[in-house]
Unconditional design. Structure first.
Length: 177
C-alpha cells in the first residue's frame, strides 16, 4: 500500500480569454484557451491516522483558504478516504498572478489522494474538483484545452503548444474574479 505521493502542480497560461457575461456572484462566464506550463509547485501527500494537515513553504495562505485543505476535506467528506492526511506544499508559482497555482495545487492534492486511497475515477475527481475551484478540472486533465462556464467545463482539447513563453509576473496580486 502506498503511503506517500510526491507530485508537481504546474502553472497555466490563458492564451485567449473571452468574457461572455457576469454572474450574480461576481464571477464571469468565460471561454478560454489554456495550457499548462513548466513552472510548478511541489506537493507531498502522505497518510496519517486522522485529520487533514496542510503546511506550506512559504506560509502565505490561512489554512481555511488553502485549496489543498479544501480539496482534502472534500475528498474525505465524500467518503473516498479513511484516516487522515498530511499535505506539504512548496510554492513556486507566484500568488495572485493569474497562473492558477492554488487550483493546480488542489488538483494535485486530489490526484495524490486518489492514488493513496480509492483511485477515484476521472468523472468523480472532475466533479469534486469543480466544487473546490473553477480551474481545478483543467489541472486534473493536464493538457491544453478550451474551457467554458466559469472555467470548469472542458469544451475541447488543444494540440500541444510548441512555443516559448515569456512570463512576466506583476508585483501586485490580481483579482481573478
Amino acid at each position: 500500500m502506498i503511503s506517500r505521493v510526491h507530485l508537481r502542480a504546474p502553472a497555466k497560461v490563458n492564451l485567449r480569454l473571452e468574457v461572455l457575461g457576469k454572474r450574480e456572484d461576481g464571477y464571469h462566464w468565460i471561454r478560454t484557451w489554456v495550457y499548462p506550463i513548466s513552472l510548478w509547485d511541489e506537493i507531498i501527500v502522505e497518510r496519517t491516522e486522522e485529520g487533514v494537515e496542510v503546511s506550506c513553504e512559504p506560509e502565505i495562505v490561512p489554512l481555511e483558504e488553502n485549496l489543498c485543505f479544501k480539496a482534502a476535506t472534500a475528498f474525505f467528506a465524500q467518503g473516498y478516504g479513511e484516516g487522515g492526511v498530511r499535505v506539504f506544499l512548496r510554492k513556486r508559482i507566484p500568488i495572485g498572478a493569474g497562473l492558477g497555482g492554488g487550483s493546480s495545487d488542489a488538483a494535485a492534492t486530489l490526484k495524490a489522494l486518489s492514488l493513496l486511497w480509492s483511485h477515484v475515477g476521472n468523472e468523480g475527481l472532475m466533479a469534486l474538483g469543480a466544487k473546490v475551484g473553477a480551474d481545478v478540472p483543467f489541472f486534473l486533465i493536464g493538457k491544453g484545452a478550451v474551457m467554458g462556464g466559469m472555467g470548469e467545463k472542458v469544451l475541447s482539447f488543444l494540440p500541444p503548444l510548441r512555443r516559448w513563453i515569456l512570463l512576466v509576473v506583476p508585483s501586485e496580486r490580481l483579482s481573478t474574479r
